[in-house]
Every structure is written in C-alpha cells, then in structure tokens.
Design a protein around this ligand. Structure first.
Ligand code: ATP
Ligand code: MG
Length: 400
C-alpha cells in the first residue's frame, strides 16, 4: 500500500440516482478504472459508502492523476488524501506528515483544519478533532499560521466508519453522468468552434457519440478533414474512440446550385446534411442527431431556418448550445481543449457556394418546391453509400 497515493473521488449526480444508483456506480467505477489504467495498470479502485477510493502509483505526479480522474464524466471532485488509523494521535501525526509533504510542493503559509465525524462511535467531536489536528500541524510546521478566513491550504479530516482520512482541496471534475448510461447520438461535426462543444456536452450527460463530417473536396482541402480528426482526437480523450463518417457533399451542392434559387442554397444544403445524417444514424443505432447550432448565430440558425431544417427528419435533433452566447461557447471550447484547433483557418463545406443573400426566414413550402426539382432520394443514397469511416482514438493525438 505504501507505493500508492490515495485519492478520494466524489461522484455528482450519480449519488442522486435512487434505485439505479448501483448501476451508475458500477459504470462510473469502470470508466474511472479505464482512464486510470492508462497511467497505472495496477491502480486499485473501490466504492466505500458513496465515495470512490483510488490508490494510484506514488511516483506519478498528483497533478497527472487528478487530471486523469477529474475528466471522467460523472466525477464531481477529486482530492489527494492519506489514510490514518482511527486514533486521534495518529490522525494528527498523519495530517502533519501530509502537510509537510504539501509544503515541499508549494508555498503554504496559512492553513485551516475542518473535521467531520461521520462515525459517531468515534469518541471525539468534530470541533475538538479539528483543534487537536491543527495543534499537531502547528507543532511540526512552525512557520505556519492558522487563518480561518482565507487559508492557503485547507486540510479536511473525515472520520468514517471504515477509517480516518486526511485530505485537501476538492478539485472539480466536469460532473455529468458516466459515459454509456444515456444512449447514442450522432454529432454533425464541422471544424468550427461549436460542434465539438455540442458533442462534449451530450457525452457529458452519458451519451455515446458517433460523428459525421461533410466536405466538398476538392473545393475544401484535405487539411480541413484532418483538422476535424484532430478535434475528434481531443474529444476521444473524454469519450473514447470516435467513429466518424466522412461524406463528400459536392455532388449534392452542385445539383442544388444548378437547379435551385441561389438564396436557398444554405438551407437546402443543411436539409441534405440532416437527411444523410439521419440515414447514417439509423445504421449506427444512434437515437438522435446533435448539432452545434445556436439560435440566431448565422442565417441558417434563425428560428425559422431551424424549423425548416428539422422538418426534413423524423429523428430528434439535439442542439445543446441553442441558448448559449458565443462568448460562453468559446470559454467552454477553451476549457475542453478544442478551441485552438477550431480556429485554424480551413474552409468548411458550408462556405463553398455561399449565397450572397441567404434567406433568413425560409418557408417550408417554397423549400420543398425547390427540392422537387432534385432527385433527393438518389442523391442521399449515393452520399450515404460513399461515406468513408475513420476511427479516431485518444492516443493518436496526444492530449495537452
Ligand atoms: P461550428 O462552429 O460548429 O462550425 P457554425 O457556427 O460555424 O458551427 P454552421 O456552419 O452554420 O455554424 O453549422 C451549424 C452546425 O451544422 C454545426 O455546428 C454542425 O453541427 C453542422 N455542420 C456545419 N458544417 C458541417 C460539416 N462540414 N460537417 C458536419 N456538420 C456540419
Ligand atoms: Mg461551421
């Protein structure tokens, strides 16, 4: 046990899942195990009374372990911790050792101890535990001062039924629910800022994600696709290998440009994207489509345009960003690590044949009237059949 460091891991909503709690806990443990195995194949993990205890190779920097665990969906927070015998003297000594270790890693001048006694059989009440442990720490680390308002470091003492634990800060995870507990969806992935964030948000709620990407080669460059693959690589770091279907939209775009009013090009292209995506989703057993659309962001995302886009598919279309402001989407993209890739300048298929004055309030009957000039079924069928599949795992693109 000495060659391992202890981490206390708290789950978020999993704890609220009532009758299904054992199921969610089991899946969450599996997800954390899979993530931690990559850095320590011998790591030990188990649930005890609603907390997950992870014992991970001592030689690994705590920061690496925390980053690995906290990015697993369903994790509310992680704390580096140490275990102590359930004896107040021992708890005090352990806390003092722990503090000395922390002081080697960072500049700590003030601290505070907060104790909790979940095990009421333990003879000393919480405030008293806090006082005794605080005194032990002060005796050992003479340079420290107690600051109850704004301490550099908070030490928590948790006396539980199965043991006593000393830990510091709760480092926040992403929250959400364990991957695989909420169906499967297909993200329409452009190389932009929005769609990777949309995929992340659905996966965070437990949904497994497949992807479809449209290009207009040779109008769009192969680098544009590589960029999308790199975005998927970052996402795969959170949600495991992504299967991406890659479709050349050019034959359809050319038909639209040849036969339909120019100002309707964008909305017509979008409806084809949705049809193709729905067909791929059905094959993949994806239950819903996901886009990075955001109300009013561009001409194709007005309320009217969204209604006309949706009317073409039966499958539910999820738009997790619909009511977010762009600045907040950008912040999220930065937080999850997709932003820098998203802003690389490669053309998206949507910008090929972009009309000068796109309709912003399309009428469904008019759009359907224009589509009647096209052999929609064959165009969609050909596109779906020509789709290439790329599997993108997290290992291919190192996470920063
Ligand atoms: P993003 O930042 O995700 O590119 P955007 O603001 O540029 O979004 P649009 O280009 O209008 O918006 O696209 C809206 C949504 O349509 C995207 O979020 C994505 O879900 C989908 N989409 C757009 N282009 C493509 C593409 N080339 N392949 C797959 N899906 C696409
Ligand atoms: Mg885009």
């Amino acid at each position: 046990m000495n060659n391992k460091n202890l981490y206390i891991v708290r789950c978020g909503e999993v704890a609220l899942k009532g009758m299904n709690k054992p199921y969610f806990e089991r899946v969450l443990l599996e997800r954390v195990r899979a993530a931690v195995r990559v850095i320590d194949p011998e790591a030990e993990l188990k649930w005890i009374d609603g907390l997950m205890f992870a014992r991970v190779d001592r030689t690994l920097p705590r920061e690496t372990v925390i980053r690995t665990i906290s990015r697993v969906f369903g994790i509310a927070s992680v704390s580096p911790a140490v275990e102590a015998e359930k004896d107040i003297e021992k708890i005090g000594e352990t806390a003092a050792d722990f503090m000395m270790e922390l002081m080697e890693e960072e500049d700590i001048k003030t601290f505070k101890v907060k104790a909790k006694r979940a095990d009421k059989n333990f003879p000393i009440p919480s405030p008293e535990i806090g006082r005794i442990v605080g005194a032990k720490i002060l005796k050992r680390a003479k340079v420290l001062r107690v600051d109850v308002h704004e301490p550099d470091c908070q030490i928590f003492v948790d006396v539980r039924r199965e043991g006593a634990y000393v830990f510091r800060d709760k480092i926040k995870g992403f929250g959400g629910l364990p991957l695989g507990t909420n169906g499967r969806g297909l993200i329409l992935m452009s190389g932009g800022i929005d769609s990777p964030v949309a995929a992340f948000m659905m996966a965070k709620r437990g949904m497994r994600i497949d992807a479809v990407h449209f290009h207009s080669y040779p109008y769009t460059s192969p680098m544009a696709q590589k960029k999308v693959e790199r975005l998927c690589g970052v996402l795969a770091g959170y949600m495991g290998t992504l299967r991406m279907h890659v479709v050349n939209l050019l034959p359809i775009q050319e038909e639209i440009v040849k036969n339909c009013p120019e100002e309707e090009t964008t909305i017509l292209v979008r409806r084809f994207m949705m049809r193709i995506a729905e067909s791929i989703a059905e094959k993949q057993k994806d239950m819903m489509l996901i886009t990075g659309e955001d109300l009013g962001q561009v001409a194709s995302q007005t309320a009217e345009a969204l209604v006309v886009t949706d009317a073409v598919v039966k499958m539910p279309v999820m738009r997790p960003l619909i009511a977010m402001d762009k600045v907040d989407i950008i912040d999220k993209a930065k937080e999850i690590g997709t932003y820098d890739i998203s802003i690389e300048p490669y053309e998206d298929c949507c910008t090929v044949f972009l009309p000068k004055h796109p309709v912003t309030k399309p009428k469904l009957e008019r759009i359907e009237h224009s589509e009647a000039k096209l052999d929609v079924e064959t165009l969609v069928k050909n596109a779906v059949e020509s789709a290439e599949i790329v599997e993108i795992g997290p290992d291919a693109y190192a996470l920063s």
